[in-house]
Ligand binder design. Structure first.
Ligand code: ARG
Length: 460
């Protein structure tokens, strides 16, 4: 078979099974374009430093650009015998321009090359994820704005707790995805650093200008230690973690939408276009997008555990184990992007069922805290007020009444502090609007939060 690029010291050719076991081109070919970008920058730097002549650099760079075109047009013939994306491209380069192609790899190793490629790739993907996160946040803001008058029960322990605005609930999700975006944004300063020049592990004897290559590739900085540079995959683990966190948030949203779209809750109408039917039960409209989002969260957690486990036993510097970083990374990124795209559609097009939510908002003695607060404001210690209202609730349960059904006389049986105005307390809106503290659910606060968000984000 074909001679390997590294075949000099070998007498036997590689076992076919070993080729199959060690190859990565079947999946790392998605790094082809960033690999070429890295190679072109490296060649330009070699030329500037006089390590390549004008003519040599010209040939190499033009050859790489032609290969890029072949790849983009789907004409490139990827070969498993050449192992990975880097050697497939280098082989093709020498095929096209002759032995001078072999000069491209001067002062470079696949170890700093692959680290560079993955950083460039992750940088691009993080920017796309950031755009999707912003679109998702916008969808929550739109929901919040469109339905400012919708009230719903707020829950703790999945038991009705206190009434809240639906908009407040939507903006809670906004905050989660805002933090996710901040995390990705922050990770860019660790991702966007150039390892080129670290070579195999120790640096190189050629007079490189590492800062120049870094600048050509849009890197903010160069790595400070060659051993670390070729063995650092922290940014891969960090990116997968950031994806896992987004998935966890999407999964919590999904869980709620699944509950809310049951007949028992009946809080929301999911868009038909985002649901699927049953092959046997004609009446069914299933929230499969939400269920699969919840399910795919498990995959991405798996990707995170995979990368952390791959890295935990590795001595410095490069080890081939690190080739296994790519599939979890690609899977996490692909999954989170697709999940974000489809959930943007869900959030944009879902419709709250305002009447039903309002009905439920006053159930479960959701105004009990308001009554306790009322007593506390009349000077009764809150603990005492809590006990009194607890007894009131027990009385209501025994007599099958709601707090709003009680007369003033009944209230007074439990405390002298109750006066006429307790009766006007029994409104969901009143309860909501009384929570007028920064970050609270009062309409005034939610409107203020919305305003701030829209300004900060530049949303219309
Ligand atoms: N395919 C390899 C990887 O993804 C590229 C680096 C290979 N380096 C080596 N010394 N075998 O890690």
């Amino acid at each position: 078979s074909e001679k390997k690029l590294w075949g000099g010291r070998f007498k036997e050719s590689t076992d076919k099974l070993v080729e199959q076991f060690t190859e990565s081109v079947s999946y790392d070919k998605r790094l082809a374009l960033v690999d070429i970008a890295g190679s072109i920058a490296h060649a330009e730097m070699l030329r500037k430093q006089g390590i390549l002549t004008e003519e040599e650099a010209e040939k190499i760079i033009n050859g790489l650009k032609e290969i890029q075109k072949e790849i983009e047009e789907g004409k490139f013939d990827w070969k498993v015998e050449y192992e990975d994306v880097h050697m497939n491209i280098e082989k093709r380069l020498t095929e096209k321009i002759g032995p001078v192609g072999g000069k491209l790899h001067t002062a470079r190793s696949r170890n700093d090359q692959v680290a560079t490629d993955v950083r460039l790739y992750v940088r691009n993907e993080v920017k796309e994820i950031l755009n999707l996160l912003k679109e998702l946040r916008k969808a929550f803001v739109e929901q919040a704005e469109k339905h400012l008058d919708v009230v719903m029960p707020g829950y703790t322990h999945l038991q009705i707790a206190q009434p809240v605005l639906y908009s407040h609930h939507m903006l809670a999700y906004y905050q989660m995805f805002k933090r996710d975006a901040e995390r990705f944004e922050d990770s860019l300063k660790r991702i966007n650093v150039s390892p080129l020049g670290s070579a195999a592990l120790a640096g190189t004897s050629f007079p490189l200008d590492r800062e120049y290559t870094a600048r050509l590739l849009g890197f903010e900085d160069v790595t400070k230690n060659s051993l670390d540079a070729v063995s650092d995959r922290d940014f891969v683990a960090e990116t997968i973690f950031n994806c896992a966190m987004v998935m966890m948030h999407l999964s919590r949203l999904s869980e709620e939408l699944i509950l809310w779209s049951t007949d028992e809750f009946n809080f929301i109408e999911l868009p038909d276009a985002y649901c699927t039917g049953s092959s046997i039960m004609p009446q069914k409209k299933n929230p499969d997008v939400s269920e699969l989002t919840r399910g795919k969260t498990g995959r991405v957690y798996g990707d995170l555990i995979a990368i952390l486990t791959i890295l935990k036993g590795l001595p410095l510097a490069y080890n081939r184990d690190m080739q296994e970083d790519k599939e979890p990374l690609f899977d996490a990124i692909d999954t989170v992007k697709l999940a974000l795209k489809v959930n943007i559609g869900v959030v944009r097009n879902m419709k709250p069922k305002a009447e039903r939510m309002r009905e439920q908002a006053r159930r479960g003695f959701s105004l009990a805290t308001d009554v306790a607060d009322y007593l506390a404001k009349k000077g009764i210690p809150f603990r005492e007020a809590h006990r009194i209202v607890g007894e009131l609730v027990a009385y209501c349960l025994e007599n099958k009444k709601g707090l709003e059904d009680l007369s003033l006389d009944e209230f007074k049986k439990f405390s002298d502090a109750f006066e006429e105005d307790v009766l006007s307390l029994m409104s969901v809106e009143g309860s909501i609007n009384s929570r007028n503290v920064t970050g609270g659910t009062a309409k005034q606060q939610v409107e203020k939060e919305l305003q701030q968000i829209k300004e900060e984000e530049g949303f219309e």
